[in-house]
Design a binder for this molecule. Sequence first.
Ligand SMILES: [Zn+2]
Length: 339
Amino acid sequence: MKIWKVLSPGVLAEEEKPESIQSPTQAKVKVTKLLLSSAELRVFDGSAGAAYPVIPGRFAVGVVSEAGEDCVGVEKNTRVYIRDVAPCGRCEQCVAGHAENCVHICVAGVDRDGALRDFVVAEESALSPLPPSVSDDKALFIGIVSMCEAVVDGLDAAKGTHIAVFGADEIGNLLSQLLIYRQAVPILIDPDEDKLKLAAQCGIYYTVKADETLHERISQITGGRMAAGSVYTSYCPVPPETAFETTAAGGTVVYTGLGFPSVSVPMKIAQDKRLTLTTISNDYSNNAAAINLLVNNAVDPTPLIAAHRPVAEAAGAFQDGCAALKESGRAPCGVIEML
Ligand SMILES: [Zn+2]
């Protein structure tokens, strides 16, 4: 059985490794598709701070090929999403039975081995069975939609409230779609016009180019009130404190992403405006809600997939993605086909 490991930054190696079920509550899953997002690329190029060697691949779907005798929710041939984050099971919160407050969430492909391999053996509890109406391509975004759901909860935005969203990559786009579904009014901001064009095709009405007229545009759209809340997605090529400027006094600013670069933010505007600042990442509690949102077509991630590549071209796909990251700081999502 094949695995692909990042041995050190820029080096992807193929190896053979047996995988077998170790307990009756585990299942063996044939991995069918894997999302190649900028999170994987940052593991490959070394900027995510992963511990090498590591099998990359945070978001994956597959089909159960063998289920342990005590499995109740999955059986042979069940199509599943392999959960991307899990509580550590060792910190004070986990030991006290409050895994939802775990302080060391383990991320697949970063803190533990990910899914760039033929088979994954996992506890049944780490697998989410997929309804037939959720395609594999859509299911690859369950982890990101879960996180967006947590952001929406964190904003607690009333109906009709304007929310400024910085960064029109997969998180900003899906979050904006979800805010519309929740009857809030997202204003998606990005310097890249192509990303805004794609967002408009996804039904996001207010898209604003990040330039010197940004403040004026947000003021116009909100009738001078500015946004009740702003969300800044990590690695967005706009200074992070811009989110303070687009937010009304007393509002909320959420920083979210699959990983955070080290940034400094001048705090004075936030303090003067009495803003509430918060961070949301790595949510796993909303996986079932995310599947429901995809079933209901509340969000559609498929336009965000730029390319499908066979696993035989995995090394090339990583290199191409990293070249894009190096050039512009961003790379579009792709899918690696494992079959
Ligand atoms: Zn923990």
